[in-house]
Design a protein around this ligand. Structure first.
Ligand code: IPE
Ligand code: IPE
Ligand code: MG
Length: 251
């Protein structure tokens, strides 16, 4: 396995887990079987990220646009999500992992929200990795919700528009308590963002692999992280400036 420098890991790793449906269809299986197999990959990545000491892991599990899929697939995904959370919460406790959710939770079924609330409450005091699930999440929708809240405060007079800085705006996003992702992995060969974390990905290093999510392995995760470690992040500055300010390299 590719050796990794433990001091140069992403603080925040984000993943677009794509290709479950095609994985299944290539094997003449129903798409939901692909999602079930994908859930096994989720367990592996959560365990590995936590073992490696990654502080924040954010997984794109269901997009705002995924509601347009056939009702049967949407229902099956919601059921799988509930089952996953119920089965995994004890392990999250053992591994000191805290659950967090971003996205429009009002669109999720009540039983899913109840399961999520239970898991969030139970793991609230855990101090290890923060596992954020993006559910019914869309970047544009999140930006609109933030803008609406800011507008509301401007109208009621508790906020002056001149005080709207990038730092303040950031606090109004669902990810207000999270640092921006350092590294984004997308599986299945698609090279697009699909409305994920539009604001937060401004300076994120991107990594695409052809592997479908159910086939994504520990080795591939390590290979991706090794690739991250080989990159020079410049944040708009020159390479020389970055060498001088080594502290920024993996900020
Ligand atoms: C990702 O796999 C999981 C979700 C979007 C819920 P897909 O279901 O998008 O799989 P493909 O892209 O159709 O193969
Ligand atoms: C993005 O995958 C959403 C998730 C992985 C949950 P999609 O499969 O929905 O994205 P598109 O439609 O190929 O862009
Ligand atoms: Mg897809």
């Amino acid at each position: 396995m590719t050796p990794l420098d433990p001091h140069k890991l992403p603080v925040h790793l984000a993943v677009i887990m794509d290709g479950n449906g095609r994985w299944a269809q290539q094997r003449m299986l129903k798409r939901i079987i692909g999602h079930q197999r994908g859930a096994e990959t989720v367990k592996m990545v959560v365990e590995q990220a936590s073992l490696l000491g990654i502080k924040y892991l954010t997984l794109f599990a269901f997009s705002s646009e995924n509601w347009s899929r056939p009702a049967l697939e949407v229902r099956a995904l919601m059921t799988l999500l509930k089952k996953y959370i119920r089965q995994e919460t004890a392990r999250m406790m053992r591994k000191n992992i805290r659950y967090n959710v971003i996205g429009n939770r009002r669109e999720l079924p009540d039983d899913v929200n109840e399961t999520l609330d239970g898991a969030i409450q139970k793991t609230a005091e855990n101090t290890g990795m923060v596992l954020t699930l993006a559910l019914s999440y869309g970047g544009r929708q999140e930006l609109c919700r933030a803008a609406a809240r800011l507008a509301e405060e401007a109208v009621t007079g508790t906020l002056s528009p001149v005080d709207i800085t990038t730092e303040l705006f950031n606090k109004y996003l669902d990810t207000g308590n999270l640092p921006d992702p350092d590294f984004l992995i997308r599986t299945s060969g698609e090279m697009r963002i699909s409305n994920f974390l539009l604001w937060q990905l401004a300076y994120t290093e991107l990594y695409f692999t052809d592997t479908n999510w159910p086939d994504f392995t520990i080795n591939e995760l390590h290979k991706a992280l090794a690739d991250f470690q080989s990159r020079e992040r410049r944040f708009g500055m020159t390479g020389d400036q970055i060498t001088e300010r080594g502290d920024l390299l993996n900020a």
